[in-house]
Ligand binder design. Structure first.
Ligand SMILES: *[C@@H]1O[C@H](CO)[C@@H](O)[C@H](O)[C@H]1NC(C)=O
Ligand SMILES: *[C@@H]1O[C@H](CO)[C@@H](O)[C@H](O)[C@H]1NC(C)=O
Ligand SMILES: *[C@@H]1O[C@H](CO)[C@@H](O)[C@H](O)[C@H]1NC(C)=O
Ligand SMILES: *[C@@H]1O[C@H](CO)[C@@H](O)[C@H](O)[C@H]1NC(C)=O
Length: 833
């Protein structure tokens, strides 16, 4: 639609108004129930949407798994629904579809109840948690964990909040025990296994996401509590409170008069297009609302530059346990995982380097980026092998994978490698082993995870990967949440990937910026299922999840203790057991550190890595052909020792070279495998000299003072290729995913020198960048960007270098996943002084 200037003004005014009006509207469900409208489809639209749901479920990766485990036949259910869809009331249509999706017990496969209903959340004033009991499967014990801190909820629930306190034991829900209550609702709660179901059901006593769940049938819910030291149990009847997002109400189709004209507050197409394989729980209109105190009242954590990584060292009673809290696998809803990865690396090399062991706390982590889940294990385990994925072998997937190549050649080949009659495409890795082992181990001492059944999706993937490589899993439940798939949305993914099959749903129009309305219809599906490797070779994550090695539940007193005391029985236990584990696995005290890269000028220099180690008797460096190029024998090896791991061969070629460092313990066992980069630059005497009045023009014989520097898993042919008079990225048709390549010219230039250069670029706009920088080699200052761009253009320009003397001029190109463009051709590089 066109945005006229008058409309723009209106938008500006309404956004000012939005700042003054609270973002959410609160009310009692008994009052707001009439407003819980649905998008009101015509009979034909109902038939069309039901048909789209059927096409969506046609690629449901867990179809056979759910049939086998829970006797739920998604295809049969949706086929029966499609037949009657036209005749259903709006409510029965939307609730009917929601119910089919919920019955699959899969938080990746969701029907969004379109219309104002999806703007609502339903909340209560108490949050609950499971506490220790003898039989957590059949006799779970539940207490009040916290009372709401939200002023609006407090106001509306003031009669009941005074009656209840943290630590009160929940004995009945609407007259039923928790387990009996769960049995009556398990087909509508969604959790994939017993513990996932329990966690989901427990969560639904505090807050309900109106985007995927029908509103509670009753306006009230009754809880029976008992309080230690109080003789009789007592009953509290809680009124459900609705919290509606105002921007969503303003957007939601079929909101009626009260909701005004349609607006567009939803995500932009471009924001969600490049998420890569995502695994996470659905979002909710309640996201971002502070309902209950954050955290677990167990430890006080320190922040990092990443909003999803926190840490502390647990020291109570002489323990020295590093705690790394990872609250999500997605930072600020963005695909970029670099901040979280950098925070992990930095903590392992600094604040947590001297701990006896580390526990990674993953409780209530609902997942996110698979790349982050696949990228972290290498820091703890050698030769990390990521799990594999597979999709159903159905016509819809043939169109997606083979005809339209929506996931590149590897997935087309995975489809092609299956034959008619197979249920699935051939299982392949989402990320290669090269990509998931770019750096290798940074921490060698014992590591454990702490999970629960709310650890879901990418969190399951990461937990499974770590467990499959021998890492111990502690958990508050018997299993993790068991979300074992990559999820894709109908609108943002499937409609673009296979437009002949997946047609736009009603009310999915977007504004000039590509923003959709909130409350618009959509649905999503578990598309590619994950299969485990190594210790659990061939096991699916879906339904089974990650089986907890050791259950550690909190006690009621944990929710009321003074957290500043720094004592927690569970962390004390984990600290002690990890110490024993370290003795058992002979990893106690193991230590190795060395700078992640070293830059050396060739003149007279040989490869050399400085290191500090302990309990490593022998070190060796191997080059990319696996030849040992240097060894060291730290001595005395049982003490902290420093040294140089150096080769006698002087470096010859310029470039960036990755070496593997291996370490062996006293009994010859490999205890370290990590990678380090050596960056070789020319000696100063080799720099090309461009005196005042001279012009140097790049040609092929410049190898003494120019070179390609490829980072990480970038394979040489996919980075810059120097040719007779220029350099090129891409094969003329397309460059590849995840390239990070630099081409540098080292020159000694007179003052006032310019870089005169001609180039054409065609890169994916806003994602893949060409940058030209110049850096003064000795001043130690950071490179200065002369030019940076994405998209497509031709440039012929002279840039003032702004520095003189020894300089490095660099053409840097970086691409992410899902590449679509041609690349860069630099046809002239000249320095005029
Ligand atoms: C609480 O209410 C439920 C039904 O709403 C009833 O079955 C139960 O006996 C009551 N418990 C107490 C202690 O009053
Ligand atoms: C897959 O098979 C089709 C023919 O069915 C072929 O056109 C295509 O090139 C194949 N793709 C790959 C990556 O093997
Ligand atoms: C070398 O490693 C450090 C971290 O130790 C990093 O900050 C820096 O960017 C790396 N340098 C290059 C050229 O990769
Ligand atoms: C490169 O080769 C050309 C002739 O082919 C020659 O004139 C020029 O001096 C050479 N440049 C360098 C830096 O060796």
């Amino acid at each position: 639609m066109l945005l006229t200037s008058a409309f723009t003004t209106l938008l500006a005014i309404s956004s000012v108004a939005a700042q003054l009006t609270p973002a959410r509207r609160f009310g009692l469900l008994e009052d707001t129930r009439p407003e819980l409208g649905f998008v009101n489809y015509s009979p034909q639209q109902k038939a069309d949407v039901a048909h789209q749901a059927k096409e969506l479920l046609a690629i449901y990766a867990h179809e056979y798994v759910k049939k086998e485990n829970y006797h739920i036949d998604a295809q049969k259910k949706i086929a029966a629904f499609e037949k009657k869809a036209k005749k259903l009331s709006h409510k029965d249509f939307h609730y009917g579809l929601a119910d089919i999706f919920l019955s699959l017990r899969d938080f990746h496969t969701n029907y969004y109840i379109a219309g104002p209903h999806s703007c609502y959340g339903f909340v209560g004033p108490f949050t609950f948690d499971f506490v220790d009991s003898r039989d957590i499967a059949n006799d779970p014990h539940i207490v009040v964990k916290a009372i709401t801190i939200n002023p609006d909820v407090l106001r509306l629930a003031k009669d009941v909040v005074a009656l209840v306190q943290p630590g009160d034991v929940l004995t009945k829900i609407d007259g039923l025990s928790f387990v009996d209550h769960w049995k009556t609702t398990q087909d509508h709660t969604g959790g994939a296994n017993l513990y996932g179901g329990y966690r989901a059901a427990l969560g639904l006593l505090s807050s309900i996401n109106g985007k995927i769940y029908p509103a509670p049938k009753n306006n009230e819910i009754n809880f029976e509590f008992s309080r230690p030291g109080t003789p009789a149990p007592f009953n509290v009847t809680v009124s459900w409170i609705t919290a509606a997002k105002r921007d969503c109400l303003a957007d939601a189709p079929s909101g009626g008069q009260a909701f005004g004209a349609s607006k567009f507050h939803g995500p932009k197409e471009t924001d969600i297009k490049k998420m890569g394989p995502i695994r996470m729980k659905p979002t909710s209109p309640l996201d971002g609302l502070d309902l209950f105190p954050e955290g677990d009242n167990d430890l006080i954590l320190q922040p990092t530059a990443s909003s999803i990584v926190q840490w502390t060292v647990y020291t109570y009673g002489g323990a020295n346990l590093g705690v790394l809290r990872l609250s999500s696998f997605l930072e600020d809803g963005q695909p970029d995982t670099s901040r979280a990865e950098a925070a992990f690396r930095s903590l392992l090399l600094n604040e947590l380097a001297e701990t006896d062991g580390i526990v990674i706390d993953l409780r209530r982590n609902g997942g996110g980026s698979l790349n982050l889940a696949d990228g972290l294990p290498q820091l703890f385990v050698p030769d990390f092998m990521p799990g594999t994925g597979r999709a159903l072998r159905v016509e819809e997937n043939r169109v997606l994978f083979v005809q339209n190549q929506v996931q590149g050649e590897v997935w087309a080949a995975s489809y092609n490698a299956s034959k008619p009659g197979d249920l699935y495409t051939k299982a392949i890795q989402f990320n290669t082993q090269e990509q998931t082992n770019e750096l290798g181990q940074l921490y060698l001492k014992p590591v454990a995870l702490l999970t629960d059944a709310s650890c879901y999706s990418a969190c399951d993937t990461f937990s499974a990967s770590m467990q499959d490589h021998g890492v111990l899993v502690y958990g508050e439940d018997g299993q993790s949440g068991a979300g074992g798939a990559n999820v894709v949305e109908h609108r943002s993914f499937l409609q673009k990937g296979a437009p002949t099959i997946y047609k736009p749903l009603p009310f999915q129009d977007v504004d000039a910026q590509g923003r959709v309305r909130l409350g618009a219809p959509d649905m999503r599906i578990a598309w590619r299922a994950t299969i485990r490797v190594k210790k659990n070779e061939g096991q699916l994550i879906e339904d089974r999840g990650v089986i907890t090695d050791r259950v550690v539940r909190p006690f009621a007193a944990d929710f009321t203790k003074n957290v500043a005391d720094g004592k927690d029985t569970r962390y004390s236990r984990i600290a002690k057991e990890l110490r024993d584990w370290g003795v058992h696995t002979k990893t106690t005290g193991l230590f190795f550190q060395s700078p992640l890269n070293v830059t050396q000028a060739t003149t007279g220099s040989a490869l050399s890595f400085a290191y500090t180690s302990q309990f490593i008797k022998k070190l060796e460096i191997r080059d990319t052909t696996n030849q040992v190029v240097a060894t060291a024998a730290p001595s005395p090896y049982y003490r902290r020792t420093t040294g140089q791991l150096a080769s006698s061969q002087p470096a010859s070629a310029l470039g960036r070279f990755t070496y593997t460092i291996l370490g062996y313990s006293g009994d010859g066992k490999q205890v370290l495998k990590t990678k380090r980069d050596s960056i070789i630059t020319p000696g100063l005497d080799k720099y090309v000299k461009v005196a005042a009045g001279q012009t140097w023009t790049y040609s092929k014989n410049a190898s003494a003072f120019s070179a390609v520097y490829n980072t990480g898993a970038t394979a040489a042919p996919t980075g810059w290729i120097p040719s007779a008079n220029g350099i090129i990225v891409g094969n003329g048709v397309q460059y590849v995913d995840s390239v990070d390549t630099s081409f540098s010219v080292f020159a000694n230039v007179a003052a006032g020198a310019k870089l005169s250069t001609t180039f054409a670029y065609d890169t994916e706009k806003d994602y893949d960048f060409l940058t030209i920088t110049v850096r003064s080699v000795f001043s130690g200052t950071a490179p200065v960007a002369l030019f940076t761009a994405s998209g497509a253009a031709q440039v012929d320009k002279a840039f003032d270098l702004g520095v003189s003397g020894n300089v490095e001029i660099t053409y840097h190109f970086v691409s992410d996943g899902g590449v679509t463009a041609k690349g860069v051709t630099v046809s002239m590089i000249a320095i005029q002084a």
